[in-house]
Design a protein around this ligand. Sequence first.
Ligand code: ATP
Ligand code: MG
Length: 585
Amino acid sequence: MFWPVIPKSPASWKVPPNLLDYEPTVATFSWDAVRGAFQGLPENRGFNIAHEAVDRHADGPLSDRVAIRWLGAEGATLSIRYGELKTRTNRFANVLKGLGIGKADTVAVLLGRIPELYIAALGTLKNTSVFCPLFSAFGPEPVYQRLSRGDAKILLTTERAYRQKVAPLMARLPRLQSVLLVDAREHASDRLLSLPRLMAEAADAFVIPPTDPEDIAVLHFTSGTTGMPKGALHVHGAALTHYLTGQYVMDFHPDDVFWCTADPGWVTGTSYGIIAPLLHGITNVVDEADFDAVRWCRILQAERVTVWYTAPTAIRRFMRMGIEPARQYDLSRLRLVHSVGEPLNPEAVVWGLQALGMPIHDNWWQTETGGIMIANFPAMDIRPGSMGQPLPGIEAAIVERADGGVRVIEKPNVQGDLALRPGWPSMFRGYLHDDARYQKCFVDGWYLTGDLARRDADGYFWFVGRADDIIKTSGHMVGPFEVESTLMAHPAVAEAGVIGKPDPLIGEMVKAFVSLKPDFAPSDALRLELIGFARQRLGSAVAPKEIAFTPDLPKNKAGKIMRRLLKARELGLPEEDLSTLEDSG
Ligand code: ATP
Ligand code: MG
């Protein structure tokens, strides 16, 4: 299907983007120059994310600027200024120190998006301990898995979550030294402590110990879309990528109000929901509540959000509900909308034009890359359905496996493995307890992402699918994304998930699971119409041969369609690890 290019021109900019000339910037780029944006710890003690994100602003002219603008689910609000954030994170670092927690010890957090989560994250980094966020809706088993695999020494949680999920695990977690309860007034035992008590007793001042940029800062588990979640280790030096992408992709300007809707349980919620905006000294909006289209529109308006970072699953929900925020709300301050986490269908990019008054900028990265790697930059024309071009400083290529190694595919528009040249600052430094798996990601001087893509003649990258999801049908390799995007272009379709179903004649048959928009009902006539619609646009080899209607597609807690589950269910196979499934406890 042909989607016209969305051109960018100075006439459409509310402020001139930071990255104006892509090619010359790429040609002269050096990470050393990015280092110049940072202060470093005093007396050459090294480089610590929390110093750059909090203390250097607190000690300078931004001390009174709101760092975190918190919106409680029940209507309460709180603004934490940089100066205050410094004191509170110092206190938390002192709490850890007082408990004998130090460098490289893991501090896990099982909390909703409440201020304590953000203070703990930054305080943990100050203490040079390792911050490990767990998504608050995880049930006991995924919590146990992550705490034990991550060797957590401290866990922060609420009384309720402790009682429901953690208490039964305590005997199986001998290395977990203490649980800190954010809402307990008194200590219950040596292992069960009141965080407010500890914070009240802690000193306001804290000297960040020497921090090597290579010290581990964050342990992040992947979303578990394709299998058992992997623990990715990230270092303090990763902040260079967070800063640069804040500058060039998010296009942060000093007065910006930024809102990243991702939960810190997923990497987007830490890299961009905490670190990147604070590195830039801007105001970071945090909403405690779950998705609610009307509430979200109100937040964009009331908080005067200028840059918004969200995900395809949320955008598709707006589309499905027929909500067009720009018509009913004052979004005059909004300047840029970004999306990540799953492929963004061209339909959704273009929907942004009418519903938000601007296109949606897709970008690509993974837990392993630590930060955005490929993006639609504000000043660059958008080709709807494309992930954009590599960040300056990032070398990306399409490669194929050959002779036990890999070979770069130079020819444009050929599908292959998406690979990155290792060495960018936020690259993961290991998979937790699985060095063999880590080593396997690197072949012939490339990091293989596990995603398939193609690059067009002008350097734009196009997502094809995850290597595990690729369908081999009649000798063709079909990426689910293209088929799903085509189905979504039909007015009846809200969402689609496409899998390969084993077939004795053609290898695999393309099968689509489709959920419909509210005004449409499943019928054989609609099924035939959709098959015809797809055939006309994709050809009969690629179009789905079977379509099943389903009210909802299975998604994980990060909101991603789980094709592996659609497939397992279709084939009656075991569903394997479901710890991150949206509906699991
Ligand atoms: P797991 O590795 O456990 O299966 P996951 O890969 O979903 O889970 P994340 O690291 O959160 O865990 O997600 C990264 C993946 O999400 C990418 O490898 C890619 O498959 C997909 N993704 C992210 N952004 C985009 C995008 N803009 N377009 C297409 N796919 C994307
Ligand atoms: Mg992955």
